[in-house]
Design a protein around this ligand. Structure first.
Ligand SMILES: C[S@@+](CC[C@H](N)C(=O)[O-])C[C@H]1O[C@@H](n2cnc3c(N)ncnc32)[C@H](O)[C@@H]1O
Length: 380
């Protein structure tokens, strides 16, 4: 087989189908290549062009949504168990806690600079409301109740069921016992709902464990437009390069016990040889190697746990993770300031020493706060 690279949509979809079929019998199948971060797709022989980008993005969303449709309580329990078993000392709750603290730190700074300002905060991919609950927790811990009453929260989330749970969970939060916090929700099934964030309306947009589901940084255009002139984006996420190269994915497949012919076909399709992953590792730093190793263990453990649950509830492992450095490149190209030296003059960052906090000791989970560039430089 020697037909890569491909750039026409039909050829890309044919390649994707062929590769998915190789792994569909595994307890943890790979799923669609179109869930991998767009910047890494060329490593898989997929050329992203101005002509195919929008279609690839649409296909990616469809793949993500159909995968989430399969997730049940047993799926989430298996994933949670694997997070601990793989040696990650932190999980999404820790990430949420840190997003909550960072958001409230920025907000308190903005509130100090303008004592009468009313704030709009937007939670992207709100899930069951855990991220916003962490913001409420941080406000309670700071005793920032007057500030809470100056805020309105907008929760953006594609799953109506999640949104319903989020509204209920947040209404019951202890902050609402004596104070009334205004909460609104926006639901939708794809990127359209981002279009319902009004221009310049949000003072702080925050999001936890969501952006690694978006393969192109197009969503950052809308978020930037949605922010006030001095608005801040707080992002908590998981960073890994385990899906960056087919040699790494081959290593995962081998550990998930793919059959020999399937493994050989995967290697030959992407022109990889056994051991390529070791060669690629030589150019990586210690934290990246350790994170990818734990990700491998995490995926293999989920594969073992999935053997105990019904096939229809099994998820697929590819996702749109990237390195933190690559995320910063996306943010900068879309008009965000990412470095503390640029942010030190911004009133949202007063007295802050750093705008990026490690949640995981090896940098697999981080929270960063990034301000809108006052004037958008020419986009690449
Ligand atoms: C891992 S959950 C995180 C939920 C919540 N932020 C938390 O940390 O508890 C990811 C959430 O992102 C939502 N999501 C997925 N794709 C999205 C998109 N394109 N835009 C916004 N949210 C999305 C999913 O529905 C899901 O609720």
């Amino acid at each position: 087989m020697d037909f890569l690279p491909v750039r026409k949509l039909d050829d890309i979809l044919a390649l994707d189908k062929m590769v998915q079929e190789l792994t569909c019998k595994l307890s943890y199948p790979m799923g669609s290549l179109l869930k991998i971060a767009g910047r890494y797709l060329p490593n898989f022989g997929i050329e992203v062009t101005d002509q195919n980008r929008a279609e690839l993005e649409r296909s990616s969303l469809t793949n993500y949504f159909s995968c989430w449709g399969r997730a049940a309580k047993v799926t989430l329990e298996a994933i949670k168990k694997a997070t601990t078993d793989a040696g990650f000392p932190v999980n999404n709750s820790h990430l949420n806690d840190e997003v909550g603290k960072m958001t409230v730190d920025v907000l308190m700074n903005l509130a100090r600079a303008d004592k009468t300002r009313q704030f709009m905060l937007t939670d992207i991919g709100a899930g069951d409301g855990e991220t916003t609950a962490a913001v409420f927790d941080a406000m309670c811990n700071e005793g920032a109740f007057d500030l809470a009453e100056r805020c309105e929260f907008l929760l953006v989330e594609p799953s109506e069921e999640n949104l319903w749970n989020a509204s209920k969970n947040l209404r019951d939060h202890r902050i609402n016992q004596e104070h009334k916090v205004r909460i609104a929700t926006v639901g939708g099934t794809n990127h359209n709902f981002l279009g319902r964030i009004k221009d310049g309306e949000s003072d702080v947009i925050y999001s936890s464990a969501v952006f690694h589901h978006m393969i192109f940084p197009t969503y950052l255009d809308r978020l930037r437009e949605g922010l006030a002139a001095d608005g801040v984006l707080v992002v908590g996420d998981w960073y890994t390069t385990i899906f960056k190269h087919p040699a790494f994915v081959a290593e995962i497949l081998r550990n998930l016990d793919i059959d020999k012919p399937g493994y050989a076909e995967f290697l030959s399709l992407f022109k990889c040889s056994e051991g390529d992953e070791k060669r690629l590792t030589q150019h990586m730093d210690r934290d990246e190697i350790i994170t990818n190793f734990r990700m491998l263990r995490y995926i293999v453990t989920i594969g073992q746990e999935f053997q105990k649950i019904p096939v229809e509830n099994r998820d697929e492992f590819l996702e749109g993770h990237c390195s933190f450095e690559d995320r910063k490149v996306d943010l900068e190209s879309k008009g965000f300031m990412t470095e503390m030296k640029q942010l030190s003059g911004h009133h949202g960052f007063s007295k802050m020493h750093t705008n990026v906090r490690n949640v995981d000791p090896y940098g697999a989970a981080k929270v960063g706060a990034f301000a809108k560039q006052p004037i958008l430089r020419k986009q690449r």
